[in-house]
Design a protein around this ligand. Sequence first.
Ligand code: PMP
Length: 323
Amino acid sequence: IDWDAAGGWHDARVHAYGPLSLDPAAAVLHYGQEIFEGIKAYRHADGSIWTFRPRANGERLQRSAARLALPQLPVDEFVESLRQLVAVDHEWVPSAAETSLYFRPFMIATEAFLGVRAAQAAAYHVIASPAGAYFANGVSPVSIWLSQEYARAAKGGTGAAKCGGNYAASLLPQLEARAQGCSQVLFLDPVEGKYLEELGGMNVFLVYADGRIVTPELSGSILDGITRHSILQLARDRGLQVEERKVSLDEWRDGVASGEIVEAFACGTAAVITPIGELKGKDLSIGDANAPAGEVTMAIRKELTDIQYGRLPDRHGWLVRLR
Ligand code: PMP
């Protein structure tokens, strides 16, 4: 769907996958005026295809657009764009458990000019790709790497928006994590470098022995994850006490040492929930890479995926049928 300041949104269309045509002076190429979303569709046993809380993604795209000075796409149009794509995709037939169709909606500034200002023309696209099971050989705990040198977002910056620039900032720390045998990088808050923020592409949770579930509050520099929000709800439903607040690295280290913190996990659309075995850093090791996945972690993971795949009733009305 194209947008320009004079005419608003126009020319919604579905066409065959192929390269985009962009003017070399398009604002997106120079100033990173770009936002995106990640959302999946799941095929249920009866063949119907459903997506999970798409309005929440549409609303987050609107908040990202506001921060990046891009136009507001109506949430109904966002959901309709997923529906239209699924309507023409006849080839996607998931074969194994936990496969899905991953959507990547994105919006870019297309106006061609070289001064620095908000573009007056933009385009919204969605592409889709079948996604295999995130854990092909069963869910197993991952090791993550603490970035002590870099932050992914600044105070007052774009950390709460889902824009390409945040991910650009996380690529080098991510390389560092890989070199240390870790699959993801954990960032601390950009002001004091003391409190947990999130992983490169996931939110983070700690589970306490007394049944509390704690996750860093929405600090203004982390993404308001839809999986995070859903997990908080499922945990409350189970009668667990949930806390959204500042969590320091010291609290995690001391809590694991004293036995007060018994599980850690990360969450996001791609992996749903990933148990965290160990947090590694320069002169730092919290947890045990070889410990089994935590019970609470796996119980919530199972419940959430069962809802997504239609194996449990959708009691919160989270699923929206696409086909
Ligand atoms: N934080 C970051 C930086 C992410 O990229 C993602 C993935 N979108 C998340 C958290 C988790 O968000 P969600 O649960 O909406 O996928």
